[in-house]
Ligand binder design. Structure first.
Ligand SMILES: [Cu+2]
Length: 166
């Protein structure tokens, strides 16, 4: 829960010109009519596995506005090439594919997680000890938002997260 609150606080700080208001926060901006906007939670970046240089990013994204939107791209100072991927079943085999964006239907939540949508951050420059990463999310309609995302520990490589097949 502590991590969740920290992330919300970071989002609120960096999004003051945007529309990322949290329901109870009362941080609405006069003149901005995007309802409660798009809210990110549980964001985290997983550093590359030893000997690799591709980091992964996950978060949960809820479109509280009344209009459908799309997350079209993500950028970060630690990687020159952040791609949005999804796992898609092809001929009975799950494969990873780059996608053009993530549809964000009004009122719905999309989870970026292993085995589903995820961010791939190629040639990531993430020195040991760096604790957070800046991510900028670019939407089709809503204004871009930059947030600070914690780096999670280097865990055991799991099959889902192994991007050696790229
Ligand atoms: Cu991928």
């Amino acid at each position: 829960m502590k991590k969740f609150l920290t992330i919300l606080a970071a989002v609120a700080l960096t999004a003051c010109s945007g529309d990322m208001n949290h329901g109870e926060g009362g941080m609405s901006h006069a003149g901005h009519q995007m309802d409660e906007g798009i809210v990110i939670s549980s964001a985290r970046v997983l550093p590359p596995f030893p000997g690799r240089d591709t980091a992964a990013g996950y978060f949960s994204i809820t479109n509280h506005s009344k209009v459908d939107d799309t997350l079209v791209s993500v950028s970060s100072p630690i990687s020159g090439a952040v791609e949005i991927h999804n796992h898609i079943e092809e001929d009975g085999v799950m494969k990873m594919r780059q996608v053009k964006g993530i549809p964000l239907k009004a009122g719905e939540t999309v989870e970026l997680k292993p085995g589903s949508f995820h961010l791939m951050m190629f040639k990531a420059n993430l020195p040991e000890g760096q604790e957070d990463v800046s991510l900028t999310l670019n939407y089709e309609k809503a204004p871009s938002v930059t947030m600070i995302v914690p780096v999670e520990g280097r865990g055991e490589p799991s099959k889902m997260d192994d991007h050696s097949g790229h």
